[in-house]
Design a protein around this ligand. Structure first.
Ligand SMILES: CSC[C@H]1O[C@@H](n2cnc3c(O)ncnc32)[C@H](O)[C@@H]1O
Ligand SMILES: [Zn+2]
Length: 432
């Protein structure tokens, strides 16, 4: 097994008593085996040495909610509220998407994410075989799910659920274990309760988690009360969703009691601050969720509501907006924003061996070029990673022990071809 030593680097580790180490990290196969201060002993032999001078190494970022192919809709339907944006802009355009559109839209997003330091992402969309193949080819890690919208005739509902089931069955554990799957009713307002119950039953049968949008806007909460007499949390609890491990996207509008229910069921929240701000959905009660012990991670959502897939931006937003709305400067400290973008992200999708630089963890890590003005002085690198860094600083990316980005270039995908094919898809979509 190949043994690599990255020396002379600065490493953000998960050792809370000594989180920033100036020294070296050893990788054997697809695992991190050790991280130490200083230099390796001369007696220690490695197959390969990598010079980490002027590089900050940290865990790869984990994006826990998105719709990758929506890169095709970036900048289409800006400055609108969620429901109108979905009904008048997104859904009519998405109805025209072919498998080729999803393929090239997803590949463009994977390029953007990988080059920006995201090593794992969650994707809820349609034409998911194309998405899974793109993930496999790119070397990235992903948790994938065919999102189902149940506002359709019964035979179409059945066809969608069958497709989602087959996809989840066929791809779980594939691509050397880099792909896992979930089952996804899109949202309580797009899936009738009996349909959600059927999706939950499949999740039980396949032993898979559930991923859904929930309580994103106050309008959604009120509509749920009007239609079902219950707020979304009680509604989903009643129809058994939380009987499965669940990852909820957004969870913006929650009461104290609802936060307690989510904690009781160990429901995980993917906080999407950029998307929530852009769609004017509100600001999630992240400090209260964290205080209650709910696991919170970060997502970008699709590029049509963000409008980029830069997880550094989400970490920074998460650290800043909750200070702003609460008046409490430690509402979300930098250390917690970093955990949300890494370790807690991995744990939110039930991956316990990525998201941290520590012995035994999978070698999913990134390097930032810190020989730049905005990384001086060389004092607190956790602070710099959250408050100063951006996707543009990422130079190297390793997933599962394999380099996928080196010197800012993606090694696994043909960037020029992807950009060309993406623009062809965009032109066809907008001309038809
Ligand atoms: C059924 S595939 C996923 C579906 O979700 C839509 N979508 C994108 N962003 C959001 C959001 O913030 N809330 C709810 N739904 C969203 C996307 O357009 C696809 O149709
Ligand atoms: Zn979404």
């Amino acid at each position: 097994m190949k043994k690599t030593c990255i020396k002379n680097g600065i490493f953000i580790t998960s050792d809370t008593s000594n989180p920033v180490i100036r020294g070296y990290m050893v990788i054997e196969g697809n695992r991190i085996t050790s991280i130490h201060e200083g230099s390796p002993a001369e007696s220690e032999i490695f197959d390969e040495y990598i010079d980490g001078t002027n590089k900050l190494y940290m865990p790869g970022l984990v994006n826990t909610h998105g719709h990758a192919a929506m890169s095709l809709l970036r900048g289409y339907g800006d400055d609108m509220a969620l429901q109108i944006w979905l009904e008048q802009k997104m859904w009519p355009m998405e109805a025209k998407f072919t498998t080729q559109d999803v393929k090239w839209g997803t590949l463009l997003s994977i390029l953007e994410m990988l080059k920006g330091g995201t090593t794992t992402f969650v994707d809820m969309y349609d034409h998911m075989n194309e998405v899974a193949q793109a993930v496999e080819q790119s070397g990235m890690r992903a948790c994938l799910t065919r999102g189902v919208i149940g506002l359709c005739p019964p035979d179409v509902q059945v066809a969608k659920l069958n497709e989602a089931t087959e996809f989840a069955k066929n791809w779980h554990g594939k691509a050397d274990g880099r792909i896992t799957t979930m089952m996804s009713p899109h949202a309580p307002y797009t899936c009738p309760p009996d349909y959600i119950e059927k999706i939950v039953q499949v999740a039980h049968d396949l032993n898979l988690p559930i991923h859904t949008h929930m309580s994103e806007t106050s309008r959604e909460v009120q509509a749920n009360v009007d239609q079902y007499g219950l707020r979304p949390v009680a509604h989903l609890e009643k129809i058994g969703v939380f009987s499965r491990p669940t990852l909820v996207a957004h969870g913006v509008h929650l009461t104290d009691e609802e936060i307690e229910v989510l904690k009781r069921y160990d429901v995980r929240i993917s906080h999407n601050p950029g998307s929530n701000l852009k769609l004017a959905s509100g600001v999630a009660r992240v400090p209260e969720l964290l205080r209650a012990g709910v696991k919170v991670s970060l997502g970008t959502d699709g590029a049509a509501s963000n409008n980029n897939l830069d997880m550094f931006e989400e970490m920074r937003l998460a650290a800043l907006i909750h200070k702003g709305v609460s008046g409490d400067p430690v509402a979300v400290p930098a250390t917690e924003a970093l955990l949300m973008g890494t370790k807690w992200g991995a744990e939110s999708i039930w991956l316990d061996n990525v998201g941290q630089l520590a012995p035994g963890m999978k070698a999913d890590f990134i390097a930032l070029d810190i020989d730049q003005p905005h990384f001086l002085p060389k004092t607190d690198f956790i602070s710099h990673a959250i408050y100063s860094a951006s996707a543009k600083d990422v130079v190297d990316v390793c997933v599962d022990g394999k380099w996928v980005v080196r010197g800012g270039q993606c090694l696994t995908l043909d960037e020029e071809k992807i950009k060309f094919e993406f623009e062809q898809c965009f032109d066809r979509l907008t001309q038809s």
